[in-house]
Design a protein around this ligand. Structure first.
Ligand SMILES: Cc1ncc(COP(=O)(O)O)c(C=O)c1O
Length: 389
C-alpha cells in the first residue's frame, strides 16, 4: 500500500538537504557550543549561522532569534514570559504591589492549545483573559477585538494562520491597534512560516513563534522571535544560553537543521506556494466533481494558507470516511488533539453545525505531494464517501 501523505499541517518530513546538513552535528561535531576549544567553537559558529538564516527568513535581527524545543515552548515563553516580566504574586513593597496587579491578555477563539493552555494558566494565576470570536470564515472580528482591549491589557496573542482551516489573520491591522495603545503583540506563526511570507516588520509583531517540524526540519526545535527591547522573563531557570532567555545546552543538530530549512523555505517560498495552491484547488475540484453534492470548504471566503483544504463531507463521519481509505494520511481536525470527541475550538468558532463538524476533514499538501497523489486521493475519498451513503 503506497501511502498518500496529506497531513503536512500536522508535521512535515525532513527535507533531504536538511538531514544532510544536520547529520555531521549528531556525531562528528559533537562539542558543547559553550566550550572554548575548537569542537565547541565549530558548534557555536554553526548555531550562529542557523540563527542568521532563520532571522533572514523572518526579516529579523539574528539577536532577536531564541531557539527553543518546539512551538509549544515558544508560545509558553511568549505568554508566561511577558506576564512574569511584569511581576505577579510578589509583594512586599508598594512598587511590587503595583507590578503584581492583575493584567489582561487577549487571544482569539481559534488559538491552538499551545496558546490557549498558557492563557488558561495565566487566568488561574489571577490575570484576566478575553477570548475574541471570529466570523464564519474564521477571521477575527476586529471590532470585537478592539472592544476587548482594556487599559490593563499588556499582551495580545493571535495566531498568524490557523492549523485546522488555514485562515490567515490580519496581523498587521491588529498590530496597528496594539501599537497605538502600547500593547505587546505575539503571533503564533507555527503554520505560516515556510508556507507564506512571514515578515516581523511587515506584521509589526513583538513576539513570533516558529515550529521546526512544520517546515521540513525535525520535531523538537522551535524559535521565538523577541523584538529588541521587549522584556521577557525565562520560564526555565539555568545558565545564560540564548541571551538568558532559554537555558540548556543548545541542540546543535536540530538548530542547524532549522537554519537549513529556513534557507530552503526562503528560496522557494513563492514558487512552492503557487504549486501547493494549484494542487489543493485541483483536489477540491476533483472531489467536488466526484461527489456532486456541494462541499463546504472551510475558510474559503478568507485568505488561506496555499496548502490547506479543510472541508465538510456531507452525511458522513469523517473518521469513518478516513478509515475506509487507509492509504490516505489526513486529519479529522488538528492531529494533536483529534481524539477529542467534542468539536474543536476552531470549528465551534466558525459556527459549524455538529453534523458539518462530524464530516470535517483537513487535507494539507506539501513539497512532496504529486499530481498523481491528488488524483488517487480524490478517487479514494469519493469512493469511500459513496460507499457510506
Ligand atoms: C498553530 C500551532 N501552534 C503551535 C503548535 C505546536 O507546535 P509544536 O508541536 O512544535 O509544539 C502547532 C502544532 O500543531 C500548531 O499547529
Amino acid at each position: 500500500m503506497r501511502q498518500i501523505y496529506l497531513d503536512y499541517n500536522a508535521t512535515t518530513p525532513i527535507a533531504p538537504s536538511v538531514q544532510e546538513a544536520m547529520l555531521p552535528f549528531l556525531c562528528e561535531h559533537f562539542g558543547n557550543p559553550s566550550s572554548e576549544h575548537s569542537l565547541g567553537r565549530a558548534c557555536q559558529e554553526a548555531i550562529e549561522d542557523a540563527r542568521f538564516k532563520v532571522a533572514s527568513l523572518l526579516g529579523a535581527d539574528p539577536e532577536e532569534i531564541v531557539f527553543t524545543s518546539c512551538g509549544t515552548e515558544s508560545n509558553n515563553l511568549a505568554l508566561l514570559g511577558v506576564f512574569d516580566s511584569l511581576g505577579d504574586g510578589v509583594s512586599g513593597s508598594r512598587a511590587s504591589d503595583a507590578r503584581a496587579a492583575p493584567k489582561h491578555l487577549v487571544i482569539s477563539a481559534c488559538e491552538h492549545p499551545a496558546v490557549a493552555a498558557p492563557a488558561a494558566a495565566l487566568k488561574k494565576r489571577g490575570h484576566a483573559v478575553s477570548v475574541v470570536g471570529c466570523n464564519t470564515h474564521g477571521v477575527i472580528r476586529l471590532d470585537a477585538f478592539e472592544a476587548a482591549l482594556r487599559p490593563e491589557t499588556v499582551l495580545v496573542s493571535i495566531m498568524h494562520a490557523n492549523n485546522e482551516i488555514g485562515v490567515v489573520q490580519p496581523i498587521s491591522e491588529i498590530a496597528k491597534i496594539c501599537r497605538e495603545r502600547g500593547i505587546l503583540l505575539h503571533t503564533d506563526a507555527a503554520q505560516s512560516t515556510g508556507k507564506i511570507r512571514v515578515s516581523v516588520d511587515e506584521m509589526q509583531v513583538d513576539l513570533l513563534t516558529v515550529a521546526g517540524h512544520k517546515l521540513y526540519a525535525p520535531k523538537g526545535i522551535g524559535v521565538l522571535f523577541v523584538r529588541n527591547g521587549v522584556s521577557l522573563t525565562p520560564i526555565l531557570h539555568g545558565a545564560g544560553h540564548e541571551s538568558g532567555l532559554r537555558p540548556g545546552t543548545e541542540n546543535t543538530p536540530y538548530i542547524v537543521a532549522l537554519g537549513k530549512a529556513a534557507e530552503l523555505a526562503g528560496k522557494c517560498l513563492d514558487d512552492a506556494a503557487q504549486r501547493l495552491a494549484m494542487l489543493r484547488d485541483a483536489l477540491a475540484a476533483q472531489l467536488q466533481a466526484a461527489i456532486g453534492e456541494p462541499l463546504k470548504i472551510l475558510g474559503a471566503g478568507a485568505e488561506r494558507l496555499p496548502n490547506t483544504l479543510s472541508l465538510c463531507f456531507p452525511n458522513v463521519i469523517s473518521r469513518d470516511l478516513l478509515a475506509r481509505c487507509p492509504e490516505i494520511c489526513a486529519s479529522t481536525g488538528a492531529a494533536c488533539h483529534s481524539s477529542e470527541a467534542n468539536m474543536s475550538d476552531t470549528l465551534r468558532a466558525i459556527r459549524l453545525t455538529p453534523e458539518q463538524a462530524a464530516g470535517a476533514v483537513r487535507l494539507s499538501v506539501g513539497w512532496y505531494t504529486s499530481e498523481e497523489d491528488i488524483e488517487r486521493a480524490a478517487n479514494l475519498l469519493a469512493a469511500a464517501w459513496e460507499a457510506l451513503q
